[in-house]
Design a protein around this ligand. Structure first.
Ligand SMILES: Cc1ncc(COP(=O)(O)O)c(C=O)c1O
Length: 467
C-alpha cells in the first residue's frame, strides 16, 4: 500500500513508485510484439466512470491508481501493436519515453540557451545530425516541435514572412491535391485566404505536377499577389508517393519562392540507400518537415522542422519582453529556441530523440527502415499476382494501395472483414474519386509474419468480393 507523503516523495516511496510504474512499463514493452491491434472492448462502461471521476482531496493508493491505467490500456485500438497497418503507424520506443521521463524530472529550461547551455547543446547536436542527414548547409537549423502539423505551420509562417513580408492577405501557397490536410490548415492559420491556397493536380494521379504550379504562380504574379511557398510531399499520406522534388526545387529557385517539403511520413527513409535515392532533391528544400514519431518510431509528440537558413526563423519568430532582460544568450554556437519558434517554455524535447539514437545506434533504425521497404515491396508483388486485387501504382516507400474487385462498398466491406480478425488493421482512402484500401508498413514491430497475416486476410476478402 503506497500513498505518497509529499511532492518529492522520500527515498523509500520513490523507490516503490518507480518499481510499480516500472513493472507496468516492462509489461507494456515485453507484450507489445504479441498484442492484437483491434478486438478490444471500446470501454463504454469505463468511459462513463472516468468521465465522472474527480481527484480526491487525499492521495490515492498507487496500485489502485495504476489498475485504472491498466483498465484503460485494455480497451480501444492498440495502435502500438505490430498489426497496425492503417493510417501512418506510430509504434513508440521505451528509450525515448525514458528520455521524456528524465527530461521531465530534471525539468531544465531549454527555451533559451543561457540557462543550461549543455542541455541545449545536446539537443543541437542531434539536430545537426538531422540537418547533415539531409545535406543542408551549416547555416541551417533544426527544431523539435510537437508534430508534423506544427512543423508545417512553422514552415509556412516562415515562408510567409520571407516572401510576402507578412502580408498574409497577398500571400499564395501551392500544394498538391494529395498534400496532407495539415498543410492547408497551416496556410489558413497563417492567414492566407482560402482561395489563395492553390491546390494543383497530379501529372500521374499521384504526384504534384510542377507545370500546374508554374502556371498558377505566373498568373498570381501577374495579379500582384505574393507567391510564398511551394509545398512538395516526400511521401503522401494517401499512397506514400514522392512528388518530383528536383523539378519543384528548380521551379522554386527560378521564381524565387520558398520550397517546403513535407516529409512527415517519408523523411527518415533518408537513412536507407534506397530512400536516399528516391528522395533526391529534398536537400534543395528551404525547409523540411519530419516526424520522428512516425518513421523514427518515437512516441507521439515529436515533429521536426529543418530550415536551410536559420536567420529566416529569427525573422519570423524573434520577439522580446522586458521580463527577459536578465537572460544572457550564446547565439554564436547555440540556438535560442524561443526566438526561432512560436514557443517560449518547452520541455527538454531533445532528450526524447537523443537517448534512443545513443542507446540503439543509427544503424538499427537504418536496418529496420530498410526491412520495412522490403516488406511493402513484397506485399505489393504478392497482391499484384491476385486477379481479385487491383494494385494502384507501385509503392515509392512503404504504403501499398489497392482495391478488391467491386465498388466503393466492396472496399469498405473488405476492410471491415480484414479488421474483424483483430490482428491487423487497414484503412481506406479515396484515389481518383474511388475508395481504395491502404496497407501502410511503418512500425518497427511489424514483421514478415504480421504482413503475411494481412495478405492472407486480404486474399480471402478479395475472393469473397469476387464472388
Ligand atoms: C505527410 C504528412 N504530413 C503531415 C502530417 C501531420 O503530422 P502530425 O500528425 O504529426 O501533426 C501527417 C500525418 O499523418 C502526414 O502524413
Amino acid at each position: 500500500m503506497v500513498r505518497l507523503s509529499g511532492f518529492d516523495p522520500p527515498g523509500g516511496e520513490t523507490d516503490e513508485l518507480l518499481a510499480e510504474v516500472g513493472e507496468l512499463v516492462a509489461e507494456l514493452v515485453t507484450t507489445a510484439a504479441d498484442r492484437d491491434v483491434l478486438g478490444h472492448d471500446r470501454g463504454d462502461e469505463l468511459i462513463g466512470r472516468l468521465l465522472d471521476q474527480r481527484p480526491g482531496e487525499a492521495p490515492a493508493e498507487l496500485t489502485e491508481t495504476l489498475a485504472q491505467l491498466r483498465a484503460v490500456l485494455a480497451t480501444g485500438v492498440d495502435n502500438a501493436a505490430p498489426g497496425e497497418l492503417a493510417y501512418i503507424p506510430g509504434s513508440g520506443l521505451l528509450t525515448s519515453a525514458l528520455g521524456d521521463l528524465l527530461a521531465g524530472v530534471a525539468n531544465r529550461y531549454t527555451g533559451m540557451s543561457g540557462f543550461t547551455p549543455a542541455a541545449v547543446a545536446l539537443e543541437q547536436g542531434v539536430l545537426r545530425w538531422l540537418t547533415e542527414l539531409f545535406d543542408l548547409p551549416e547555416r541551417s537549423q533544426g527544431l523539435l516541435l510537437s508534430g508534423g502539423s506544427n512543423a508545417n505551420l512553422t514552415a509556412i509562417v516562415t515562408a510567409r514572412e520571407k516572401h510576402a513580408d507578412g502580408r498574409a492577405d497577398l500571400a499564395t501557397i501551392y500544394v498538391g491535391e494529395h498534400a496532407h490536410a495539415s498543410v492547408r490548415k497551416a496556410a489558413r492559420i497563417a492567414g492566407v485566404p482560402g482561395p489563395q491556397i492553390r491546390v494543383c493536380g497530379s501529372s500521374d494521379g499521384a504526384r504534384l505536377d510542377p507545370e500546374c504550379v508554374r502556371v498558377a504562380i505566373k498568373q498570381d504574379l501577374a495579379e500582384g499577389l505574393r507567391p510564398a511557398a511551394i509545398v512538395g510531399a516526400a511521401g503522401t499520406t494517401n499512397a506514400g508517393a514522392i512528388d518530383p522534388l528536383d523539378r519543384l526545387a528548380d521551379l522554386a529557385a527560378e521564381l524565387d519562392v520558398w520550397f517546403h517539403v513535407d516529409a512527415a511520413y517519408g523523411g527518415f527513409f533518408q537513412l536507407t540507400q534506397r530512400g536516399r535515392e528516391r528522395l533526391a532533391g529534398i536537400e534543395r528544400a528551404d525547409s523540411i518537415t519530419l516526424d520522428p514519431h512516425k518513421s523514427l518510431y518515437l512516441p507521439f509528440g515529436t515533429g521536426a522542422l529543418l530550415v536551410r537558413e536559420r536567420d529566416d526563423l529569427a525573422h519570423a519568430f524573434a520577439e522580446s519582453g522586458d521580463y527577459l532582460r536578465d537572460h544572457s544568450e550564446d547565439l554564436d554556437t547555440l540556438p535560442d529556441f524561443s526566438a526561432i519558434t512560436p514557443e517560449l517554455t518547452r520541455e527538454w524535447r531533445g532528450l526524447r530523440l537523443w537517448l534512443p539514437l545513443q542507446l540503439h545506434g543509427v544503424a538499427a533504425f537504418e536496418r529496420s527502415l530498410d526491412a520495412t521497404l522490403d516488406l511493402a515491396a513484397d506485399a505489393w508483388r504478392d497482391l499484384r499476382a491476385d486477379p481479385a486485387v487491383e494494385v494502384i501504382g507501385e509503392p515509392d516507400l512503404s504504403i501499398v494501395v489497392f482495391r478488391v474487385v467491386g465498388d466503393d462498398a466492396a472496399q469498405d466491406a473488405a476492410v471491415r472483414a480484414i479488421n474483424a480478425d483483430g490482428r491487423v488493421r487497414l484503412s481506406t482512402t479515396v484515389i481518383d474519386g474511388r475508395v481504395a484500401v491502404r496497407l501502410a508498413v511503418l512500425s518497427h514491430r511489424t514483421t514478415r509474419s504480421t504482413v503475411e497475416i494481412a495478405l492472407r486476410l486480404i486474399h480471402e476478402a478479395a475472393a469473397v468480393a469476387a464472388g
